[in-house]
Design a binder for this molecule. Structure first.
Ligand code: HT7
Ligand code: ZN
Length: 883
């Protein structure tokens, strides 16, 4: 398949000014009549007019009022090229699509009898022939016509300007979007839907209409999304001075959706998972995710829609920035410093769990990729999460005020335009009077930089030197790396754990000396000298995770325990605990591989045992922080630390450590369990959610003891739970134990929630990740009446959860997990290439495994690669994996 390169970008031959569309909606065959006016782009060398189209039947093509003869245009695979058109063109195109056959969920499709669209990145070309590229922005007016009874609600972008009856059982609605937009932001929805709506007054006094549309029966699950939307609107006004520019803002929930949500102008379309919530069906995590995804899509209205991407290589321009904005929004909504830190830890956990492995694997790519085969494969954790870290570093360097100045300048310069990542960097640099040319490396180099720290204390001179050395491993296509510009936030602790005031050589500071300073590493190796350091300090480096790097520093166990107990930076307190735990996990894994017996008799005496004990017994600590601090690094994160992965050894030692910690701190876990109950009615607020998280962690540790008394505890929690967080935690604990009632609990859960698709997803996911679930069990579950591969949420809940969330079983030594994986990638490829390609990523890291497993993984990859009619989505992933 064709590789597209960033360096080959050329401006479009024609600009589109206006687009008028008429849809005759019919699931079997929808007719789309499009009239657009275009004008030649004098800056372009492209003489012809190039339109893209896929899976369309072309019925009519007229230019400037006349039907075009077959000689006047060339219909290629995926393109329609009009030869030598005049400078001003009015094109009229009639196409037919088949929404009910569209299982790719891109373009126009049907979900539960209703019509939806998904146009990002290149779905609009499945609706009509069009210059479907993000730098072509136009104004749209859309008429929807459909059967009135089957599709009473007709929605599109912008404002409803007319609606009425067509007299034949059909009706129509006309929508006009006052803003120019790229085609990927087009949307329509038609069907039987109901909405919760509210009028909302902006800071400016203007009143807007907010709507959350769902299927009938789900109106009791929309309040949290509506509240999240209102909070998002307020936050963007207050933090960035950005106002909603429309009179009406709609969110629509759909059960069949490839991703989380989509920021179509004024008509956001959401996966039901990120809209529907009430205490009965949604967990604390669901509530938090809904708030952040609602925020994310809303924030795109400025960062993505008003200022969009010139081409898809610039995807992180909108995605990295908008993830950063949604992270800040969620942190601000929680409020307290400690809760902000919890949010930061959670975000970094995602980065390490998913992005670091991506950056170290065969699909590694820069935040701004240089090439792609299928753009849908580049909606990645690198573009999103690492992109957000890159944006965060501007704020770390310039402070909130400096960052805001950069944002203001960005909008001042580029509102209404399609721009590049470089334009954002330039706005930040110019607004803050800084040269950020070296910073471009964060956008164009792939791989996770390593940052080595060496220190020296001069007792006589009372100076403390920190020497930072950076390196970045080779990644596909990039053997050599240049040094990055890395902001490194540091603090120094004295012997009693207090922050020392910092005096950095050569830096004059007005007012009291700070206790955290940002060192700017720009060379491969650089030393920073602190003066007036009265005692040999313990350094706290990379506070708040100030850059997306791997920190290499030689702490002793005692220093880590000290930092875990005292660091004023909560992120580094957590980090110290993770390092301690990792150290022990790796030592145990080494012992397992050498066939040594594992012993936990001295755990209480180790730095780790003491530190965990201290955290759990500290009643002043935020429960949400405790929960994070007492959760061991995941098996995936441990796997990234070793040269040759033995998933069975990693699983065994992590389990062993959990059992040891359960036994060693049994009383403390019991106390924590009781102390963090949240009686009374459910609230998803951060404080209550934090308590539930710690209580449920305590339960999961206690269940490691596998005693009847603990089984009763879990059973009791299951029976009495008034919310899904507690119920699913109890069910998960039971399913992972030998409790007699576990199958019955699963059956009861299913019976109670059979009608709630999102809860049945949880039911499948929980079983997919259960310790005893092997391939055979997953195949059994696939035969369940509630299972279908066609629904992405359902496929993810069972298949992805097993392949990505149950490493010990997935990596069965007989290779059955890999055969299962290949079967499902091939099956999904025929239904939904995007979802198939995501699953194809599960074997990315195959070269890191022991040879016997590697061989079997390679065979499975080859089997997929050799499959006939493979989509370019899957082909790109497996080809790069095998390269
Ligand atoms: N911008 C949205 C991306 C998206 C998407 C991309 C490809 C295929 C389906 C999709 N659904 C949504 C989501 C976001 O980042 O907000
Ligand atoms: Zn986004």
């Amino acid at each position: 398949p064709l590789t597209i390169y960033r360096k080959d970008y050329t401006p479009p031959g024609f600009w589109v000014e206006t687009v008028e569309m008429g849809f005759d909606l019919d699931p079997e065959a929808t007719h789309v009549a499009t009239r657009m006016t275009l004008k030649r782009n004098p800056a372009s060398q492209n003489k012809s007019l190039l339109l893209y189209g896929e899976a369309l039947r072309l019925v009519q093509l007229r230019m400037n009022g006349k039907a075009l003869t077959k000689r006047a245009y060339t219909l290629g695979p995926g393109t329609l090229e009009i030869n030598n058109p005049p400078d001003h063109v009015t094109l009229e195109i009639e196409t037919v699509t088949h929404p009910n056959l569209n299982t790719s969920l891109m373009g126009l499709y049907v979900s539960d009898g209703n019509f939806f669209t998904q146009c990002e990145a290149e779905g609009f070309r499945k609706i009509t022939y069009f210059p479907d590229r993000p730098d072509v922005m136009a104004k749209y007016k859309v008429m929807l016509r459909a059967d009135k009874e089957k599709y009473p609600v007709l929605l599109s972008n912008g404002n409803l300007i007319e609606e009425g009856d067509l007299g034949d059982g059909r009706h129509y609605a006309v929508w006009e979007d006052p803003f120019k937009k790229p085609s990927y932001l087009f949307a329509l929805v038609a069907g039987k839907l109901v909405c919760q709506e509210e009028k909302y007054t902006l800071h400016s006094g203007r009143e807007v209409l907010l709507q959350v549309w769902v299927e009938e029966g789900n109106l009791d699950k929309t309040q949290h999304a509506m509240d999240s939307l209102k909070r998002s609107i307020r936050w963007d006004e207050e933090r960035f001075g950005l106002e909603l520019d429309l009179d009406r803002f709609m969110i629509v929930a759909v059960g069949d959706f490839n991703m989380g949500a989509m920021e179509n102008k004024g008509l956001n379309i959401f996966n039901t998972k990120y809209v529907l919530a009430n205490p009965r069906i949604a967990t604390d995590t669901d509530y938090a995710n809904i708030e952040s995804v609602v925020g994310h899509e809303y924030f795109h209205n400025w960062t993505g829609n008003r200022v969009t991407c010139r081409d898809w290589f610039q995807l992180s321009l909108k995605e990295g920035l908008t993830v950063f904005r949604d992270q800040e929004f969620s942190a601000d909504m929680i409020g307290t410093d400690s809760a902000r830190a919890v949010k930061r830890i959670e975000d970094v956990r995602v980065l390490r769990q998913a992005q670091f492995p991506e950056d170290a694997g065969p699909m590694a790519h820069p935040v701004r990729p240089d090439s792609y085969v299928e753009i849908n494969n580049f909606y990645t954790v690198t573009v999103y999460e690492k992109g957000a870290e890159v944006v965060r570093m501007y704020q770390t360097l310039f402070g909130r005020d400096g960052f805001r100045k950069g944002m203001d300048l960005y909008f001042q310069r580029h509102d209404g335009c399609a721009v590049e990542c470089d334009d954002f960097r330039r706005a930040m640099a110019d607004a803050n009077g800084r040269d950020l040319s070296q910073f471009e490396l964060w956008y164009c180099q792939s791989g996770t930089p390593h940052l080595k720290v060496d220190t020296h204390y001069d007792e006589v001179a009372k100076t403390y030197a920190i020497t930072l050395t950076q390196s970045c491993p080779a990644t596909p296509g990039q053997a050599q790396k240049q040094p990055y510009h890395i902001p490194v936030a540091v603090g120094l602790l004295d012997g009693s754990g207090r922050d020392l005031p910092l005096h950095l050589g050569g830096v004059e500071i007005d007012g009291p000396a700070p206790t955290t300073m940002v060192l700017e590493l720009t060379q491969q190796r650089q030393s920073f000298e602190f003066r007036n350091v009265p005692v040999h300090p313990v350094p706290s480096i990379l506070r708040g995770f100030s850059a997306p790097v791997v920190l290499e520093i030689d702490y002793s166990d005692a220093e880590l325990a000290f930092l875990m107990a005292h660091d004023s930076d909560p992120f580094n307190r957590w980090e110290a605990g993770q390092r301690l735990a990792m150290r022990r996990l790796l030592a145990l894994a080494d012992a397992v591989q050498k066939d040594h017996a594992l012993s936990d008799s001295e755990l209480q005496e180790t730095a780790l045992g003491k530190a965990y004990h201290k955290i759990l017994s500290d009643r002043m600590l935020d429960p949400a922080f405790c929960e994070l601090a007492l959760t061991l690094p995941s098996e995936t994160v441990v796997a990234e630390q070793v040269d040759v992965v033995d998933p069975h050894a990693i699983h065994a030692v992590r389990q062993f450590m959990r059992r040891s910690l359960a036994a060693a701190m049994r009383v403390e876990w019991e106390v924590a369990y009781q102390a963090n109950r949240t009686p009374g009615s459910y609230s998803p607020d951060a404080a209550a959610a934090g308590k539930r998280a710690l209580k449920n962690l305590a339960l999961s540790y206690l269940m490691e003891l596998d005693e009847p008394q603990m089984h009763l505890l879990a059973q009791g929690q299951y029976d009495q739970a008034n919310n899904m967080t507690d119920r699913i935690a109890a069910l998960s604990a039971l399913v992972n134990s030998s409790a007699a009632g576990r199958d019955e609990a699963l059956a009861r859960f299913y019976a109670e929630f059979e009608q709630e698709a999102l809860v049945i997803d949880k039911w499948f996911a929980l079983q997919a990740m259960a310790r005893t679930t092997d391939v055979a069990k997953v195949r059994d579950l696939m035969a369940h009446t509630a299972f279908t591969l066609k629904n992405p949420n359902r496929a993810r809940s069972l298949i992805f959860s097993f392949c990505n969330g149950n490493p010990a079983q997935f990596h069965a030594v007989d290779g059955s997990g890999y055969e299962f994986w290949a079967d499902q990638v091939i099956a999904l490829n025929a239904i939904n290439p995007q979802v198939a390609a995501r699953l194809a990523r599960s074997l990315d890291r195959w070269r890191k495994y022991a040879p016997a497993l590697q061989e079997k993984m390679q065979a499975a990859l080859k089997r997929v690669a050799a499959t006939k009619s493979l989509s370019k989505d899957v082909l790109e992933v497996v080809t790069k994996s095998l390269a």
